[in-house]
Ligand binder design. Structure first.
Ligand SMILES: *[C@@H]1O[C@H](CO)[C@@H](O)[C@H](O)[C@H]1NC(C)=O
Ligand SMILES: *[C@@H]1O[C@H](CO)[C@@H](O)[C@H](O)[C@H]1NC(C)=O
Ligand SMILES: *[C@@H]1O[C@H](CO)[C@@H](O)[C@H](O)[C@H]1NC(C)=O
Ligand SMILES: *[C@@H]1O[C@H](CO)[C@@H](O)[C@H](O)[C@H]1NC(C)=O
Length: 345
């Protein structure tokens, strides 16, 4: 009864865009609990204000993290050894930053564009891919705290709302970027700026009848496959691709029934997926078994977990959050965005 009441409060507080979620909330909230992996979870850093929203994060070679923000067009840097964070770059003339991925040693591509974190409406045509370079000669001559240069890789005016990004091949300079409302994976050559559609499938499109058109969200290229999360379809899957990132197999659903946001995949195919309004990170084996790693529907440990990133040794998962803005925990609890460290024991 208590849970039922809480769920009603939660649903009542959601924007109408999220009205499709009640069916999900009636599911057993403890569905994963009997397989919980052995982990320790700590908070590394939290922004001061409600409304802050980390959309993605990535690790640098020196062990520090880069965070992209959706509520403001900023990229932040965070030292996980002492929780020290600072703004690295603010992009002019846009509202938001999304996917971020390393394209060469200490060179990163970042998706930016206009998106309202209040109404969830993108501005189609406003999306571009930018480069943050920590290695260029001019970067090295700058002040210690700002040793980077920023330049545009490509504008993609045909895109509706670019979101997660993965480096497909460093050798051929290709990244793949999710276009969430239309269910596409754009392929961008980060050297030439040329772009085209690589992935286009029903499984990447928003579920039918949902008010919020959010299909493919995150992407990750690994071992001849591109893994994807498709949020309103509540599916996590993969498709085999050729060396040009063109599909050569079926879109295979690996696991379903939860709301996947951004994720990372370990070299053995084990995925760590942030479940944003479900306030958790789940682990998915290559065979589709789901286990709760941390947080939970009614937990305030990681409200609005948006993104996961494994360290190169695959012993740690960093998690970024939105503080629960999309669906406050129990319909009420919200907090500023934060970064957690999950140590896989
Ligand atoms: C955190 O560590 C970095 C690198 O060792 C150092 O530059 C920075 O001053 C430290 N910040 C705090 C708040 O201790
Ligand atoms: C994107 O938002 C910025 C900041 O609000 C605004 O200056 C710019 O004109 C917008 N761009 C488009 C294409 O609407
Ligand atoms: C994606 O595929 C659909 C269905 O085959 C097609 O109608 C649409 O034009 C394609 N979109 C792009 C951008 O290629
Ligand atoms: C954030 O919002 C919550 C309401 O969910 C409020 O209790 C809390 O004090 C706010 N925190 C900050 C830092 O403003």
């Amino acid at each position: 009864m208590r849970v039922q009441t809480a769920c009603l409060g939660l649903v009542a507080s959601l924007p109408t865009a999220f009205a499709y979620w009640p069916s999900y909330y009636s599911q057993n909230v403890n569905v994963y609990s009997n397989q919980q992996p052995d982990v320790t979870i700590e908070t590394l850093f939290q922004f001061p204000n409600n409304g802050s929203w980390i959309s993605n994060l990535v690790t640098r070679r020196d062990g520090s993290l880069l965070l992209t923000r959706l509520d403001t067009p900023e990229v932040w840097t965070l030292d996980p050894t002492n929780g020290s964070a600072a703004m690295l770059h603010s992009f002019p003339m846009v509202t938001s930053c999304f996917g971020i991925s390393e394209i060469e040693d200490d060179v990163f591509a970042v998706v930016i564009g206009n998106f309202s974190s209040k109404t969830y409406q993108p501005t189609p045509g406003s999306f571009t891919v930018q480069k943050i370079d920590f290695t260029s000669a001019s970067a090295k001559t700058k002040r210690a705290e700002a040793q980077h240069t920023v330049s545009e890789i490509a504008a993609i005016p045909e895109a509706v709302a670019l979101n997660g990004m993965t480096t497909f091949s460093r050798e051929s300079h290709l990244v793949l970027i999710a276009d969430s409302p239309v269910g596409l994976g754009w392929k961008v050559n980060t050297q030439t700026g040329e772009y085209s559609v690589a992935l286009n499938n029903t499984k990447l499109r928003p579920a039918e009848g949902v008010a919020l058109p959010l299909g493919v969200n995150g992407l990750k290229a690994l071992n001849d496959y591109v893994y994807y999360s498709s949020t309103t379809r509540m599916e996590f899957g993969r498709v085999k691709v050729d060396s040009e990132a063109m599909p050569v197999g079926d879109y295979e659903t690996i696991a379903s029934g939860f709301l996947p946001d951004n994720f990372d995949v370990a070299s053995d195919g084990t995925a760590y997926v942030a479940t944003d309004p479900q306030n958790s990170v789940v682990r998915i084996t290559p065979y589709g078994q789901i286990a709760l790693v941390g947080g939970g529907q009614l937990s305030t440990k990681m409200p609005g977990a948006t993104s996961c990133r494994l360290t190169s040794d695959e012993k740690t998962v960093y998690v970024g959050t939105s503080g629960g803005q999309v669906a406050p925990v129990l319909g009420q609890f919200m907090e500023p965005a934060k970064v957690l460290k999950i140590t896989l024991n």
